[in-house]
Design a protein around this ligand. Sequence first.
Ligand code: SF4
Length: 380
Amino acid sequence: MTESLNLLGLDNEALTQQVAEWGHKPFRAKQLLRWIHQRGVSDFAQMTDLAKDFRAQLERQCTIQLADVITKKVSSDGTRKWLFDVGNHNAIETVFIPEDDRGTLCISSQAGCAVACRFCSTGHQGFNRNLTTAEIIGQLWSARADILADQGAARLNSELNEHDRIISNVVMMGMGEPLLNYHQVVPALKLMLDDNAYGLSRRRVTVSTSGVVPMMDRLSQDCPVALAVSLHAPNDELRDQLIPLNKKYPLAELLAACNRYLEYAPRDFITFEYIMLDQINDLDKHAKELIDIAKEVRCKINLIPFNPFPESGLKRSSAERVKQFAQILMNAGVVTTVRKTRGDDIDAACGQLAGEVKDRTKISAKMQARKMIPIKEVIS
Ligand code: SF4
């Protein structure tokens, strides 16, 4: 028996090619995109403007397969977190953060992560596998359907204007390094942008990378959405310790790639994410080094309060220290924001996306066994 084709993971190009192979015109692909993604319909029988025999063919050969929700939590501040089952004892997390003027969905790109950043609980779990395009876009499909169901919304998201959308922004900042799953992530981004699917503008879709330089260049050509870079340290010595990938793509290369990306980016700045770690990267001298970086790359710096977890051996900078650090940057004219923590009561804040991963890479064991240089020695 041949396996059913999951239409959820096909972008316009792939779906157009598929319907052509079946002998249908390209507009059938657009109709399917609208049913699946705009209207959130997963039952072919309900796709009433498709010919009956085409619907019957779709039912025989295709599926719209979504991951099962294992748990769903709603925070007192309205933040929602879903844990999705992606098979073989792997689970991924998706978080929705409602704000007055926007609703942001943070989605995952991999089950676990091989980058092994020291401050990240996903990194400590290790890596199992890349998510498929269907599993990536399925997080958006399912989150929207769930929110609409809870709100009893009579109208669908696609009928609202951009500012009214329930999910107005998507950030690829959940589990995984999106640019290490490039071939599955790009079609998902294209679906987010497609007017027949989710119709988000490129400014409202953000890919966050720890600095996979060659793939940043490819993204600038294939699908230049907004870019966030997990910087977290202002010099190579410290960044090597916090983000092992820095040894492969050190800061000079990363910053040059940011400037190349800016030529194609939908925004005229790169967002640098900077997690605030007590006595590690939060000293005045680090702020001064960051100011030098901001002179090289048009950027906005987003300071993120660290959410401690026992294996990290790291502590959160005090609120006062974050404020002082931000002030040094702002006094030098660097655009700086401090991220509000959201969903603390449901462990949905940044760096707390733990999911559940069957580690193929044994990273967690290696991280435990590896004698990392105590970070204090690096900064002394
Ligand atoms: S911060 Fe991002 S890239 Fe680093 S380990 Fe966590 S998920 Fe992976």
